[in-house]
Design a protein around this ligand. Structure first.
Ligand code: SF4
Length: 349
């Protein structure tokens, strides 16, 4: 829902200001049409249905993984693709992974999104509409900004979206914004907007290796990024979650674990989440379970809390790093529901 367009439309019709709030409350509770908004006059409902789409996004396709993970591919009104993922867990968490940009300008080597052409930043309404899509199917209670795009390059819209998510059922303490290390955004997030959680995609503490995986490291070297993270922690009083993709022969050696443990000090400021690599086209391959276990034990012996991420949605290209608005599990999939492909997201740290 384009909430600014809604306000303008209601003002043009001379409607009282509270009508906008009424519409939003219905949407946040999962309403799928204006017809359901029974506390609005019937004539107004008809006018809204004729003039303002209920969502800024058009669902192109939705696919379902063997593990129940759902991936939706949307198009914006100007035809930009984006993907969103819903992961459901036995403990009741229903976590959405949202996109903040269509495509991404940062070209990380391991990421399918980075190989797409960058489209544009998404608006706050386009971000919130991803959540509302899944809210119409049931409760949603966690959100990670780990879909397409670097959220801190689009921080105004991300903050505005985060401010709306609690109405949809997602508490700020259950919202995680993930960055590859966009320092100005980390600095701003320390003081602006809701007190969300922060995750840093780190992937190597060795400068050359990190730059080869993530060109953003040349612009914002890891030392600067970690200093910004520590300032964020000081301001917000929360740990920073470290995302670390396990790539065979690239960043998964025990010596590299020691370099990582040395970089992440004080250890109580961080928690490391090791991520098994989800296949994307290219030469990178994932570390073996034994290699991941060995890496984890070096970190734990160093005193760093470390977990290994459970991979979800790999068969529909909905897992971490696989979102590309058109990968496997899209057109023609036996489990497809809609009419086009969508994006992916990881479980909460
Ligand atoms: S990992 Fe994130 S920042 Fe890097 S290319 Fe992919 S979407 Fe962009």
């Amino acid at each position: 829902m384009d909430l600014r367009a809604l306000d303008n439309l209601l003002a043009e019709r001379g409607e009282p200001a509270f009508r906008s709030k009424q519409v939003w409350e219905w949407l946040a509770r999962g309403a799928a049409s204006y017809e359901e908004m029974t506390n609005l006059p019937a004539a107004l409902r008809e006018a809204l249905a004729a003039e303002l789409p209920i969502s800024t996004l058009e669902l192109e396709r939705e696919v379902v993984s063997e593990d129940g993970t759902r991936k939706a591919l949307f198009a914006t009104a100007d035809g930009r693709p984006l993907e969103t993922v819903l992961m459901s867990y036995r403990d009741g968490r229903r976590s959405i992974c949202v996109s903040s940009q269509s495509g991404c300008p940062l070209t990380c080597a391991f990421c399918a999104t980075g190989r797409m052409a960058f489209g544009r930043n998404l608006t706050a309404s386009e971000i919130v509409d991803q959540a509302l899509h899944f809210r119409r199917r049931g409760e949603v209670n966690h959100c990670v900004f780990m879909g397409m795009g670097e959220p801190l390059m689009n921080l105004d819209a991300v903050i505005e979206a985060c401010e709306r998510l609690p109405d949809v059922g997602i508490a700020t303490s259950h919202t995680t914004v993930s960055t590859v290390g966009w320092v100005p955004g980390i600095e701003r997030l320390a003081t602006d907007g809701p007190r969300v959680r922060l995750a840093l995609s780190l992937h190597s503490a060795e400068p050359d290796v990190r730059s080869s995986l993530m060109p953003v490291n040349d612009r914002y070297p890891l030392d600067e990024v970690l200093q910004a993270c520590l300032r964020w922690r000081e301001a917000r009083g929360k740990r920073v979650y470290i995302e670390y993709l396990m790539l065979a022969g690239v960043n998964d050696g025990p010596d590299q674990a020691l370099v990582l443990a040395e970089a992440l000090k004080p250890h109580e400021a961080f928690k490391v989440n090791l991520i098994p690599f989800n296949p994307t086209p290219g030469e990178l391959t994932g570390s073996s379970p034994n290699q991941i276990a060995a890496f984890r034990s070096v970190l734990q012996r160093s005193g760093l809390p470390t977990t290994v991420r459970l991979t979800r949605g790999r068969d529909i290209a909905a897992a971490c790093g696989q979102l590309a608005a058109g990968g496997p599990g899209t057109a023609g999939s036996a489990s497809s529901i809609g009419s086009r492909p969508a994006a992916a997201s990881p479980p909460l740290p």
